[in-house]
Design a protein around this ligand. Structure first.
Ligand code: SF4
Length: 543
């Protein structure tokens, strides 16, 4: 039997809700029907919690590549309509809060005046296409994939042949062989490679399908296919048609492409894709993906263009103020040839800075609050929306991430990359399955009270040795999480060897051993008056 969303999509396509949205902007919030409220998602609009008249809105930024004029307008909208804030998401979008039905048409019109769109930012449709934030400027890239991202975006954008997919659908395309664009957890991931055949080198892409997180994470499977750049749009079309026509539609939580791919396997998927394409793709080239786990895109780096550099800056949990956005637009105009880039780690990157401007640009960035030389805890923190605005959330996330980061910074001097991902519920928008440390929001009982808590999950990563986190300790009260992580990291440091990484440490210990390292006794878990003991740890070890 078809589920509720399938029925409402058959009654009216999500893309056809625009005239209704305009009508509701006049007749008011109370007149919106529940079905149209769901269809608003096709225009990137979601009801914000509590359901009392405010909305979130996502703006698609293909590949995270934005002009300063676009960025300025997004900052002005945050100021004028979004109570002075906006968030960078893990799909390189900008997300607003606090919009009202009366103002949404004006916001969309202002975005569209600078070539930005919210169409397809939510709903059962192709979402923002992700890419590498240093595309076109990275000295080591194989090909600048931005033209392909733009072409594939243009094809799917507002295309009613693909506006009723079984579920949300995510594509990622990068022209570099590293896997920073997360092809392993996208429905479709294109990754560039150089094929060496008969003494000739040829640039193309290999293709993964069926990746995704949510409550049942799957890693994408590689197809035995080599796609030349000009074939990428057609391959994307073929895969999307398969999802549209064969994807499961009975249960919402079993409708993503990953379930079809898991059932069919890569071989059958390729057979059906070949029929759809009408041409026979060449087999994949040997796997030459680098063995590194990619880049956090922070700090000052030389570009492929002589004399130019980019600076990647930290936006912890993706939260920006309108003032910071406007300052970033000015800096981009002044030093970056009018360009900024969002990253899938919720950060902001400033490209094209001339050698002679580097000092001034750094000063301007620091003055505006954009930093890069910070602790590893702060560099890689990611947080979803959480109870502040999300209807599905169990816990707050962005402030919790900041609190944990601050706690660890005051307790430990740390020099190794450590990715902390915080989610307000099991849906994994904050990608807790792939963090070194993943925190999944839940509730716990402390004394007689139910309090915010997190399942502490460890050892996730993408890249050549991709793995999802293991849940080590459930229901750790939120105020104890920093302390537990401090204990864990001290235990790791106590046995760390030269080429050890945190993930190696997690891999070599059992769940019970890792649970014991968290150091949470009965008192810490259950006593409402519990406070963390004074810091005992220094860079050199335990005092
Ligand atoms: Fe909301 Fe849960 Fe997604 Fe966080 S992970 S944004 S709480 S649905």
């Amino acid at each position: 039997m078809a589920n509720k969303v399938e029925i409402l999509k058959q009654e009216k396509d999500g893309l056809d809700v625009w005239p209704d949205l305009l009508r509701y902007s006049k007749s008011g919030f109370d007149t919106i029907t529940p079905d149209d409220m769901t269809r608003f998602r096709w225009y990137g609009v979601y009801e914000q919690q509590p359901k009392a008249g405010h909305f979130m809105m996502r703006v698609k930024l293909p590949g995270g590549d934005v002009s300063s004029a676009q960025w300025r307008v997004m900052g002005e909208i945050a100021c004028d309509y979004g109570q002075g804030i906006a968030d960078i998401t893990t799909r390189q979008n900008i997300q607003y809060h606090w919009l009202t039905i009366e103002t949404i048409p004006q916001v969309i019109q202002r975005l569209s005046s600078v070539g930005l769109s919210t169409v397809g930012a939510c709903g059962d449709i192709t979402r923002n296409i992700c890419g590498c934030p240093v595309a076109g400027i990275d000295p080591y890239e194989i090909i600048d994939a931005r033209p392909l991202i733009r072409e594939v975006t243009r094809y799917f954008q507002g295309n009613k042949e693909f506006s009723d997919l079984p579920r949300k659908y995510k594509i990622s395309i990068a022209g570099c062989a590293h896997l920073c664009h997360q092809p392993q957890i996208n429905d479709v991931g294109f990754t560039a490679l150089v094929r060496r055949l008969n003494g000739r080198e040829e640039i193309g892409f290999h293709v993964r399908v069926g990746g995704g997180l949510s409550t049942q994470p799957h890693l994408g499977q590689r197809l035995n296919l080599f796609a030349r750049p000009e074939q990428v749009p057609d391959v994307a079309r073929g895969i999307t048609e398969i999802f549209r026509d064969h994807g499961y539609r009975e249960r919402r939580n079993h409708a993503r492409l990953k379930f079809l791919v898991a059932d069919w396997g890569a071989e059958k998927f390729l057979e059906v894709l070949t029929e759809r394409l009408g041409w026979t793709p060449e087999p994949a080239a040997p796997d030459d993906e680098p063995k590194s786990r990619g880049h956090d895109h922070l700090g000052v780096h030389s570009q492929q263009q002589a004399g130019l550099s980019w600076i990647g800056t930290v936006v912890l949990g993706g939260r920006l103020t309108a003032d910071k956005m406007l300052a970033a637009a000015d800096i981009a105009d002044r030093y970056c040839a009018g360009n900024v880039r969002t990253t899938n780690q919720q950060n902001l990157l400033f490209p094209n800075i001339a050698e002679e401007d580097i000092s001034d640009a750094k000063r301007a960035l620091l003055d505006a609050g954009f930093v890069w030389d910070v602790s590893p805890f702060r560099r890689s923190g990611v947080a979803c929306t959480g109870t502040e605005f999300c209807n599905l959330a169990i816990t707050e996330t962005k402030q919790r991430l900041a609190t944990i980061v601050e706690y660890l910074e005051t307790r430990l001097d740390w020099d190794e990359e450590l990715r902390i991902n915080v989610n307000g519920c099991p849906n994994a928008c904050g990608q807790h399955y792939v963090g070194d440390i993943g925190l999944q929001g839940c509730l716990a009982k402390v004394g007689d009270e139910r309090v915010e808590a997190y399942d502490v999950c460890l050892g996730g990563r993408l890249g050549p040795d991709a793995k999802f986190t293991r849940a080590i300790q459930r229901k750790v009260p939120a105020t104890r999480v920093g302390y537990a992580l401090e204990n864990l990291l001290v235990a790791y440091r106590g046995e760390r060897t030269d080429d050890d990484r945190f993930s190696d440490f997690v891999d070599r210990h059992t769940d019970e051993e890792l649970g014991a390292f968290l150091g949470l006794d009965n008192l810490a878990m259950n006593d409402p008056t519990w406070m963390p003991p004074p810091a005992r740890h220094t860079l050199a070890g335990v005092e």
